[in-house]
Design a protein around this ligand. Structure first.
Ligand code: FAD
Length: 323
């Protein structure tokens, strides 16, 4: 009999990112008639995960901090014990890394960045659709596996699922794996913070500049606006290619994925490779001289004009209102 699908809830020292809960909604979409089991690995103790019918808590001394092989090994052991209908996670770095280890141990295929998955009739492959090439390509594929292992693409499913069981009513089931001798080969031994304060991927507002900014110095106005808004500064690839900003600031297919409440795109045309990096933004404001630029036509709000006039004008107006 097929057991409840296992949903990995990845976390960093107990802090569960909102993104990681998207896999719960993905699992419900795949298995509308089955209960859903969340899996929390490590931590001293865990609360029931909201939206899941059961929460498995996997504990072991090798699981105190993140260790991808050990997490994969532990999740695989739980799967052997539970015979789940599938193992899923959100396609975060950790989600994909752990599921890749599970798949290797289980000798099963792993499909990452899935946006739709439909189970085949008994014994036939799953039909899946997934994002490829940084989101610029949709791929329809079949997944022929005795144990489907899938991550869902980030920001496709909601963080919160409606209709799940109330938090306090769901059980937490302890599971202690044995773990193989190699499980602890890769583990965190130290952490060095490379960015203080607001980061591009967590900032509620991102002010981003493209070729239209014109120079490294041109970013002074972008930075001033970002500071006033408590925002992070982002940029397009043209900007990093020109050496105006570091690659760490680049948004897009070959840069960072951001999902702020507001993304302000200054002098960015909106090429698909940039768009895939910020398409999860809740609101987009484009500042551009070209009313037909894709960024302008797709944006929620647009100001048509020269950013070298508009951005300083916004900065001056905000300062005026705050004094
Ligand atoms: C494999 C691959 C991966 C890629 N990965 C990425 C990626 O991760 N991120 C990324 O950004 N790109 C990426 N690209 C590049 C992408 O295709 C575009 O070339 C790039 O995004 C364009 O950057 P841009 O919008 O700054 O420049 P442009 O396309 O040149 O657009 C500049 C915009 O500025 C406007 N403008 C000019 N002057 C002003 C002004 N004074 N005031 C207001 N507006 C003005 C123009 O109207 C125009 O819309 C990738 C490309 C490939 C092939």
């Amino acid at each position: 009999m097929t057991g409840a699908p296992l949903v990995l809830i990845d976390h960093d020292r107990g802090v569960v990112g909102d993104d990681t809960r998207q896999a719960l909604a993905f699992a419900r979409a795949c298995f509308p008639d089955l209960p859903i089991a969340a899996v929390v690995i490590g931590r001293e103790q865990t609360e029931p995960i909201a939206g899941a019918d059961t929460t498995f808590h996997i504990r072991h001394t090798a699981l105190v901090d993140y260790a991808p092989e050990a997490w994969g090994d532990a999740l695989h052991e739980l799967a052997v014990a539970q015979s789940p209908g599938a193992i899923v996670a959100t396609g975060t770095e950790r989600g994909n890394e752990v599921l890749a280890h599970v798949a290797a141990i289980a000798d099963q295929p792993f499909a990452s960045n899935v946006i739709e998955a439909v189970a085949g009739a008994s014994g036939t492959p799953w039909q899946i659709r997934r994002l490829r090439w940084g989101g610029s390509l949709l791929e329809d594929a079949t997944l022929d596996a005795t144990l489907p292992i899938m991550s869902c693409a980030l920001h496709v499913f909601p963080n919160e699922i409606s209709g799940g069981p109330p938090n306090a009513d769901t059980p937490v089931v302890e599971f202690v794996p044995t773990l193989g001798p190699d499980a602890g080969r890769t583990r965190i031994v130290d952490r060095v913070r490379v960015a203080e304060g607001i980061t591009l991927t967590t900032a509620p507002v991102v002010v981003s500049g493209g070729r239209g900014v014109g120079s490294e110095e041109g970013f002074a106005a972008i930075e001033a606006l970002a500071e006033l808004l408590g925002a992070a500064v982002g940029c397009s690839r043209v900007v990093t290619n020109q050496g105006w900003r570091p690659h760490a600031d680049q948004v897009g297919q070959t840069g960072k994925r951001v999902a702020p409440d507001l993304y302000i795109a200054c002098g960015i045309s909106g090429a698909i490779q940039h768009w895939v990096g910020m398409q999860a933004a809740k609101n987009v404001l484009a500042i551009n001289t070209d009313p037909d630029a894709p960024m302008v036509t797709k944006a929620d709000y647009a100001v048509i004009g020269d950013l070298h006039e508009i951005v300083p004008a916004i900065v001056a107006e905000i300062r005026r209102r705050r004094t």
